[in-house]
Design a protein around this ligand. Structure first.
Ligand SMILES: [Zn+2]
Length: 220
């Protein structure tokens, strides 16, 4: 295991040599820097020049669109470090899968992180719309394409019987975790490329939850 330098622009050689655990250690350390206001000192203009000819990102991150959870920010990552795919509720669409397949299968990223977060509006809306007509209730014509997939995680959470509302934060967090795990399952079921990579030794697909209350990324 070799320690990656957060300020070093990722080259193809660095990407080739880094193990999935090296990459996860880099991102974990980046989250620590973010949490404690100790961000890496980068010269973005130099990094722009250094990456102009190509990229070799280390990871693909599928995150929610929430303004508080930008992957490059919460992992203190630099230009060219990670592919970011973002959609409400960090669910996986065919477009996201195609992007992920390119990122891993062609561009060489060795880690996929699916990251949900606490107090997620998409998760909480889904919880509160269960059993209701989501489109009719909200007036948002396409909302069911988000709440439908997340609804499976709400159904999977069977330990709570009293307060199954978004006001119950512990319940909401458990649904968020289940939603992340369901998304990973969806990815592996729908993409033979990713599933095959994830079955090997030089690739990892992992789930995580970001806590908007304290900035911590917790891997599942
Ligand atoms: Zn969210």
């Amino acid at each position: 295991m070799s320690e990656l330098d957060p300020c070093q622009v990722v080259t193809k050689d660095i990407q080739n040599d880094a193990s999935p655990d090296d990459i996860l250690a880099l991102l974990t350390a980046g989250n620590q820097r973010f949490r404690y206001n100790n961000m890496a000192s980068r010269k973005h203009s130099d990094d722009v020049v250094a990456t102009a000819g190509g990229q070799a990102p280390l990871a693909v991150v599928l995150a929610c669109m929430d303004s508080r959870v930008g992957p490059e920010v919460i992992f203190d990552a630099g230009v060219g470090d990670i592919f970011s795919i973002r959609v409400a509720g960090n669910i996986v669409s065919s477009e996201a899968l195609g992007s992920m397949e390119y990122g891993c299968g062609v561009a060489g990223s060795k880690v996929v992180i699916v990251i949900g977060h606490t107090r997620c509006g998409a998760v909480n809306a889904t919880i509160d719309l269960m059993g209701k007509d989501a489109v009719g209730e909200t007036g948002l014509g396409n909302i069911a394409s988000v709440t439908g997939p997340i609804g499976r995680a709400v159904e999977q959470e069977t330990s709570e019987s009293d307060d199954r509302s978004s006001q119950n934060e512990d319940f909401s967090i458990r649904v968020t975790e289940l939603n992340v795990l369901q998304t990973i399952k969806d990815i592996r079921e729908k993409s033979s490329v990713i599933d095959k990579l994830a079955s090997g030794d030089d690739f990892k697909i992992v789930g995580a939850v970001y806590d908007v209350r304290n900035g911590e990324v917790r891997f599942l």
